[in-house]
Ligand binder design. Structure first.
Ligand SMILES: C[S@@+](CC[C@H](N)C(=O)[O-])C[C@H]1O[C@@H](n2cnc3c(N)ncnc32)[C@H](O)[C@@H]1O
Length: 492
């Protein structure tokens, strides 16, 4: 599914600044329910005959047949699975075999919105807003809509944190996910208020139905959880039928979706959205893809409403900042910018992985001062980043350790529960899907914070053993002997 579209949440409210004067580090947040469909799990019977397959899904399937999108050769069909609806193999499928093709006339994207009845108001709108308004307009048309059978199978919500109640959100108190969720909700609300005032209300003839913030959230959640973004020239496209496919961690590749040209009806050719199975499957097994290998569990919770249980996706974003009140602000900013960074830098730290390469140099730069400040002079401008990749001085290294460790401790104290308490809850099981997400996120973030603290604790304990800039410089000049002694004069 990949990242859908860039949402820049406003600066989250719960940014933790480190105490004291060195407040350059923030432990800052990163950034379905069916229409009461009741079904039993893992039903893979024939779509037509299985009474557990809701009528809406059966009608959708018939529509796809009538439109020539599926035929007797299509090797998958909708099934009821643990993840809700899914696609199930009707025969053995080989790895990389095509499982479905959907012609362009069924793609829901900015072009579809522009070509629709609401097309006149779509130009100038952000793509996601145009597509959201299109979906809502078609939804409200009901029987009249060409997309009726598709819209009928869409869930009313997912377990995405954007749909959680206040009580449910309390379960992620202290987490970056909470701040990100609140930021995204505020963003969506602001976008709605703007589009309501500028587009919806002045065009009552195009929107002859009450359109609420909840409706807009529904459309936003649908796009966020179902749109594909990795196709050529397609940044945001919902593909009915293909969007029934679920995610599995077992799939570790991402190149299953392609845009190809091919027959799209009896006598026509068109672009087709083609999906290949990343795994070989037996008849009756579910087809899965990998939604996005790079997303953290917090991203998964926000976008799709589920997380993975392994720690690989646990992450925490550290936000570092060059303070405007720093006496060397201009020089430091110049150095950061020359190295692709800015006044504020975000470092995503993943569980079990080394720190991002630019993090230590950036930290050392931000903390640079006192007798090390000469390195900020312009004669060193071309070489300073290289210097910063290694420890500069004991004072500088000690400061970054203290600041990072204090930020980790402060962030850890903001979680109402300990890792042990959460692990116990997880072991006891029986958690609702949302509570399972909350507990998983709480554990994940805390483990990453603990990991960061461990790295800098170890570094702190090695401060006397590290080699600093001055020593390296003397060595380069040949002024340090084999035993590390400083050579003041050449022996005669
Ligand atoms: C693209 S839709 C897939 C079809 C969806 N299952 C349905 O019933 O319409 C993505 C949504 O499916 C569900 N989903 C997909 N993979 C999942 C997984 N591995 N675990 C739990 N839910 C999953 C989530 O609700 C997600 O937001």
């Amino acid at each position: 599914m990949a990242s859908l579209f860039a949402v820049q949440p406003p600066t989250p409210s719960s940014i933790l600044k480190t105490p004291g004067t060195n407040n350059f580090l923030k432990t800052n947040p990163t950034l379905h329910h069916f229409k009461k469909r009741s079904f039993s799990l893992n039903s893979v019977l024939s779509t037509e005959t299985d009474p557990n397959i809701p009528q809406t899904v059966q009608r959708f399937w018939q529509w796809l047949k009538d439109e020539g999108v599926v035929s007797s050769k299509t090797p998958v069909k909708p099934g009821i699975v643990t993840e809700g609806l899914g696609l199930v193999a009707t025969r053995n499928i080989g790895r990389n075999e095509v499982v479905l093709e959907v012609p362009k006339r069924f793609w829901i994207n900015q072009d579809a919105a522009a070509a629709s009845e609401i097309g006149s108001i779509c130009s100038g709108l952000k793509p996601f807003i145009a597509v959201a308004l299109f979906l809502l307009s078609e939804k409200f048309k009901g029987e009249e809509s060409k997309w009726k059978y598709y819209i009928d199978v869409l869930p009313e919500s997912t377990n995405s944190t954007i749909y959680w109640s206040e009580e449910e959100l309390l379960e992620i108190q202290g987490t970056q996910l909470l701040s990100t969720t609140l930021g995204v909700k505020e963003f969506v609300q602001n976008e709605f208020l703007k589009v309501e005032e500028e587009v919806i209300l002045p065009n009552k003839q195009l929107f002859p139905f009450p359109l609420t913030l909840d409706d807009f959230f529904w459309a936003f959640g649908i796009l966020r959880s179902r749109a594909f973004s990795r196709l050529r020239n397609q940044n945001l496209v919902v593909i009915p039928f293909a969007d029934l496919i679920n995610h599995s961690a077992k799939v570790t590749t991402e190149d299953h979706a392609h845009e190809v040209r091919g027959p799209a009806g009896l006598f026509s050719w068109d672009y087709l959205f083609q999906l290949r199975s990343p795994l070989s499957l037996k008849a009756g097994e579910q087809v899965f893809i990998q939604y996005d290998i790079k997303k953290s569990n917090a991203d998964m919770a926000l976008d799709y409403g589920f997380i993975e249980s392994n720690s690989d996706r646990d992450a925490f974003t550290l936000t570092l900042e060059i303070s405007e009140s720093d006496e060397f602000f201009a020089d430091k900013l110049d150095i950061a910018e020359s190295n692709g960074l800015e006044e504020t830098a975000y470092f995503d730290i993943k569980y079990g992985q080394p720190l991002p390469t630019a993090m230590l140099p950036y930290l050392r730069l931000v903390a640079l001062g006192g007798s090390d400040a000469f390195l900020l002079e312009s004669i060193f401008r071309n070489s300073i980043w290289g210097f910063l990749e290694l420890p500069i001085s004991r004072a500088n290294e000690e400061l970054i350790c203290k600041v990072v460790r204090s930020a980790c401790k402060s962030a850890l104290s903001g979680y109402p529960t300990t890792i042990e308490e959460d692990e116990k809850l997880k072991e006891e099981g029986n958690l609702s899907p949302r509570l399972e997400i909350a507990v998983g996120i709480r554990i994940g973030e805390k483990k990453v914070l603990q990991q960061i603290d461990d790295i800098f604790r170890e570094r702190e304990s090695e401060l006397d053993l590290l080699e600093y800039y001055q020593e390296r410089r003397l060595k380069d000049l040949g002024l340090v002997g084999e035993q590390g002694e400083i050579i003041f004069w050449e022996p005669k």
